[in-house]
Ligand binder design. Structure first.
Ligand code: 13P
Length: 236
């Protein structure tokens, strides 16, 4: 499968950010990888319309584990799919920190799969866990608890200490973790790396064995820098 270069805009965006789809398309027309932008929910529909015919996929940053009903403030996976979303990020550490459990991530992933969305399930250890030498078992436990029973999905390994800090895992640490994740899940899902991916380190990280793409936060907000990361991707 081609590498997946995914933008997680987090809680950033204004109505005119819809135009960034066209900007990205113009900057990366010859992309060998798959491109994905995950804006805040209110922009999903407009961005999916703007992305039609460009080859750029649009995704969401979360969805409910429930079907439609009395769940104030939640967003149904089926509605996101109807708006044109193809992917949904689930279990991001910024949500896990807010109390999202493995069980809930798994229920959301299963609801997403059943609604036609492809989950991008995030896992990753804290700095304390890495320093204690437990990074791999921590991530394995998250995988065991969070992945859907069936359906297609991808995984993003995002060490918590590398998110928004400018600190990236070394190529060696990434290789070791991605190999452990691959052993755990078997063939199929792409395993993306996330955590301070920037234009100047993207080629190195995307060249590590078993790295199936990148999940990019800060450097995905400007299309010039995101496009440079897209250009660093490999076809397979
Ligand atoms: P940064 O690229 O800003 O470190 O964010 C990574 C991330 O959390 C993507 O989901």
């Amino acid at each position: 499968m081609p590498q997946l270069i995914a933008a997680n805009w987090k809680m950033n965006g204004r109505l005119d950010w819809v135009d960034k789809v066209g900007e990205l398309a113009a900057l990366t027309g010859e992309a060998v990888c798959e491109r994905l932008i995950c804006p805040p929910h209110p922009l999903v529909g407009a961005m999916a319309r703007a992305a039609q015919g460009s080859g750029i996929a649009i995704g969401a940053q979360d969805c409910s584990e429930h079907e439609a009903g009395a769940h104030t403030g939640e967003t149904e996976a089926a509605l996101l799919a109807a708006l044109g979303a193809r992917y949904v990020i689930l279990g991001h550490s910024e949500r896990r920190t807010g109390g999202e459990t493995d069980d809930r991530v798994k229920a959301k992933a299963e609801r997403a799969v059943g609604s036609g969305l492809r989950p991008l399930v995030c896992v990753g250890e804290s700095l304390a866990e890495r320093e204690a030498g437990t990074a791999i078992p921590v991530v394995e436990a998250q995988l065991s608890g969070s992945l859907p029973q069936q359906g297609d999905y991808d995984i993003a390994y995002e060490p918590v200490w590398a998110i928004g800090t400018g600190r990236t895992a070394t190529a060696r640490d990434v290789a070791e973790m991605h190999a452990a994740i691959r052993r755990h899940v078997g063939v199929g899902p792409r395993i993306l790396y996330g955590g301070s991916v920037k234009p100047d380190n993207a080629a190195l990280l995307l060249g590590v064995p078993e790295v199936g793409g990148a999940l990019v936060g800060g450097a995905s907000l400007e299309m010039e820098s995101f496009a440079q990361i897209v250009h660093a991707a490999k076809a397979d």
